[in-house]
Design a protein around this ligand. Structure first.
Ligand SMILES: NC(=O)C1=CN([C@@H]2O[C@H](COP(=O)(O)OP(=O)(O)OC[C@H]3O[C@@H](n4cnc5c(N)ncnc54)[C@H](OP(=O)(O)O)[C@@H]3O)[C@@H](O)[C@H]2O)C=CC1
Ligand SMILES: O=C(OP(=O)(O)O)[C@H](O)COP(=O)(O)O
Length: 337
């Protein structure tokens, strides 16, 4: 059994912890936090060993009646792999700690690409992360773009990708985020960081991305134009996507017209926290004009990177190959509506 440490138990960390717990070949050794808020309480209620990420704050947990298993150093020392899911920039500060204990580490998309040798997307470059010591699981948006680009490249070749990303302003719990009543070019400079980030997965890809932020919390929305190297019927592209386990083609008959109904569907389907691990591509939007392919997809920012983290754990520990890992992760989490 792989012993997995989760350092940073917030939006991503708590989801990764639950997903790891469902795997037959790994278990959660413990989770680390800096303060005894509601997430610390639920971690304890779920039976996760809770470690103090900052030694001086350990007594705050005792004052709140929460039992601490030890300092984060103990957790890192005893783990086979650590998933760092701390806020952007903190992962870079933690790298020294993981190196000190010689524990392989995964970082999240908020960290700079040059923090690690490998940026990871299970469908696209699992092998690059095999036995690596430091791997960055790319951001929710980059994951969403990579999952679509990989099969298109393999099947038809891709000349150029142009993507406009309509980004949710913040997660549902991020009460300090905005905009509240505006539409922001964000970043206003072009390309947005997403294009170069996708190139960490596909170094020779020609891609331009533009970003915006809107007053929404549920999901991101991508408008994609991919110029292929050959003319293809839209029906063939739809078939290609239908074979991809982490792409959900929303059928017209479902009458799902946006992120709100997608989330409602996920909740109705019994998904934990209403999570949607798959890219949600509107089937009717998949169109071709000559060599240009177009589509709209919704990306659930809080959860699409969760299965990717589980697969990255297997990659860095050499526990399984891509096909086996993706299959196990999909089956255990229930990926595929
Ligand atoms: N949310 C999203 O949509 C996505 C986020 N990401 C990336 O994932 C990473 C984490 O983001 P997210 O989960 O949203 O962030 P959150 O703020 O929700 O969670 C981060 C957690 O880390 C804890 N933390 C803070 N400082 C430390 C520390 N020094 N050591 C250990 N834990 C600490 C915080 O807990 P405490 O209360 O104890 O301070 C908090 O619960 C970022 O790189 C982000 O860019 C990637 C894809 C999507
Ligand atoms: O990695 C994300 O988005 P991004 O790919 O647009 O940077 C996550 O949705 C987190 O974004 P945030 O930096 O707005 O919290």
């Amino acid at each position: 059994m792989l012993q997995v440490a989760i350092n940073g138990y917030g939006t991503i960390g708590k989801r990764v912890a639950d997903a790891v717990r469902q795997q037959p070949d790994m278990e959660v050794l413990g989770v680390a936090k800096t303060r005894p808020n509601f997430e610390a309480e639920t971690a304890i209620e779920k039976g996760f060993a809770l470690y103090a990420a900052v030694e001086e704050r350990e007594e705050l947990f005792a004052e709140a009646g929460l039992e601490i298993a030890g300092p984060v150093e103990d957790l890192v020392a005893d783990a086979d792999v650590v998933v760092d899911a701390t806020p952007s920039g903190i992962g870079a500060q933690n790298k020294e700690l993981y190196e000190e204990y010689d524990t392989p580490a995964l970082y999240q998309g908020g960290e700079d690409a040059d923090l690690t040798d490998v940026s990871f997307n299970a469908r696209s470059n699992f092998e690059d992360a095999v036995d690596a010591d430091h791997v960055r699981v790319v951001s929710c948006n980059t994951t969403g773009l990579s999952r679509v680009i990989a099969p298109l490249r393999e099947a038809y070749g891709v000349e150029k990708v142009r993507a406009t990303l309509v980004r949710r302003g913040g997660d549902p719990g991020q009460t300090s985020r905005g905009p509240i009543n505006d539409i922001l070019p964000n970043p206003v400079t072009i390309p947005s960081h997403h294009g170069p980030d996708v190139e960490t997965i596909f170094p020779d890809l020609d891609i331009d991305t533009l970003g915006m932020k809107v007053p929404a919390t549920l999901m991101h929305m991508h408008s994609l134009n991919v110029t292929l190297e050959e003319e293809v019927d839209a029906a063939d592209v739809r078939e290609l996507f239908a074979d991809e386990s982490r792409l959900f083609l929303i059928p017209e008959r479902m009458d799902i017209d946006g992120s709100g109904k997608l989330k409602e569907y996920a909740l109705d389907a019994g998904r934990p926290r209403g999570d949607i691990w798959e890219n949600c591509i509107w089937e009717e939007s998949v169109s071709t004009v000559g060599r240009d392919c177009y589509l709209f997809q919704g990306i659930h920012q809080e959860s699409d990177v969760v299965p990717e983290n589980v697969d990255a754990i297997r990659a860095v520990t050499g526990a399984a190959d891509a096909e086996e890992s993706i299959e196990t992760t999909n089956e255990t989490l229930g990926i595929g509506f």
